[in-house]
Ligand binder design. Structure first.
Ligand SMILES: Cc1ncc(COP(=O)(O)O)c(C=O)c1O
Length: 390
């Protein structure tokens, strides 16, 4: 029996994940490691499955946005190093210690409080990566003095281990490289200040996917590979630049729930914003905005049926979407591709993102717990995960 009843699912091609890791492995310097970024449930692809595949394909460590995500990976039995890239309240440092997850820090006050709590509870030391804000304006120390203060506080602690130093680029995916170069120079100045103070550098990292593509020579000890792992380019500009060839891993599929051919014009969906032509073939798909299939696709998006485009007609509902089938005869149960490839045609996440006014990153992240994920290897199903039944 199928492990889900509604015929709407995400397909994740694990061979694509593997190939993308291998592509970056060849692209960056040999001594540079790969940290696979699997935050936000692996950008909607499934953190555990993608994390395992990436590690097996040669990635060295994983990164997530928050400690809860790291706990999920540890609970699944993943033992590789994991770094939390975002803020962790000091009260949670015990969890990081017990799960041996590395944390990000950028304030002396945080370090002293985390150190106090770990000593109080007699817990094992926690690895800390210091974050430098070189021009993202989000998290991190902004001056050399701040950096030396934070590192000094770490050195005074027996319970916090200084394990890394990193920064994050704001504009690495843009044609104008002024900002990213300025950020990199500032990062280099931080490294110089540490060396001048007689310190040995910990693990140093600054490259996201865009920087790893454009500046593999800035790889230092590891890159943090996010969007590229999933086979997507960080921006349309980067896609054009394409001196690495990536394979998208995610498809979104469904099966037709109802077909009608209305001899007389009828209106379709809420607001009656669409009226059919005589004898138009209308198929109803069991997916809607409550699944993360954007309502902004109403009367604009397309899907693939028998390798051809079929337009979305009327408004995308919470659980259902109607499309106009123009080529072929549709039947209940026929497969429809919402994202991905069917025959010669493809609806890329870039196309969907442009249509709804966002970036490709957001499109898979929107797909939620209602949609089961089917994992594929060599074109064959190798596992199903349904968050609803977890
Ligand atoms: C700190 C940090 N590093 C790395 C990444 C990965 O970036 P990308 O998905 O562009 O490779 C992110 C993603 O937002 C991030 O926040």
């Amino acid at each position: 029996m199928k492990p889900f009843c509604r015929d709407t699912w995400v397909e994740v091609d694990l061979d694509a994940i593997r190939a993308n890791v291998e592509t970056f492995r060849r692209h960056i310097p040999e001594k540079t490691e790969i940290m696979a970024v699997v935050k936000a449930d692996g950008y909607g692809h499934g953190a555990v499955q993608v994390g395992r595949e990436a590690l097996d394909a040669g990635a060295d460590s994983l990164a997530v946005a928050m400690l809860d995500e790291a706990v999920v990976l540890r609970d699944a039995g993943i033992t590789a190093p994991i770094l939390v890239l975002g803020y962790t309240p000091p009260e949670s440092v015990g969890i990081a210690s017990k799960r041996q997850v590395e944390l990000t820090a950028y304030s002396e006050a945080w370090i002293r409080e985390a150190d106090r709590l770990l000593r109080q509870d007699q817990l094992e030391p926690v690895g800390i990566h210091v974050k430098a804000d070189t021009g993202m304006g989000r998290l991190g120390v902004r001056t050399t003095d701040e950096l030396l203060g934070v590192v000094g506080a770490l050195e005074e602690s027996d319970k916090l281990r200084w394990s890394g130093l990193f920064t994050h680029y704001a504009c690495a995916d843009e044609p104008d490289d002024t900002h990213v170069r300025r950020q990199h120079e500032m990062f280099q100045a931080f490294l110089q200040a540490l060396l001048a103070s007689g310190r040995k550098l910990p693990k140093v990292h600054c490259c996201n996917t865009a920087a790893a593509i454009a500046h593999p020579e800035w790889g230092y000890d590891t890159i943090r590979l996010g969007i590229g792992l999933y086979g997507l380019y960080p921006s349309p500009y980067m896609k054009e630049r394409a001196d690495v060839s990536l394979i998208p891993a995610l498809s979104l599929k469904t099966r037709i729930a109802h077909v009608k051919v209305a001899e007389q014009p009828i209106t379709v969906s809420y607001g009656a914003t669409y009226t059919t032509e005589p004898n138009e073939q209308v198929a109803t798909l069991p997916i809607g905005y409550a699944d993360g299939y954007s309502r902004l696709l109403s009367n604009r998006g397309t899907v693939l049926f028998e390798g051809s485009r079929a337009s979305i007609i009327g408004r995308v509902c919470m659980d259902q979407t109607m499309v106009r089938i123009e080529s072929g005869e549709a039947e209940v149960g026929d497969e429809v591709v919402l994202y991905g490839r069917q025959g010669e045609e493809e609806i890329s996440l870039d196309e969907v993102a442009a249509l709804i006014g966002t970036i490709n990153y957001e499109v898979p992240c929107m797909l939620n717990y209602r949609i089961p994920k089917v994992y594929m290897r060599q074109g064959k199903e190798c596992g199903v995960f349904h968050p609803l039944f977890k």
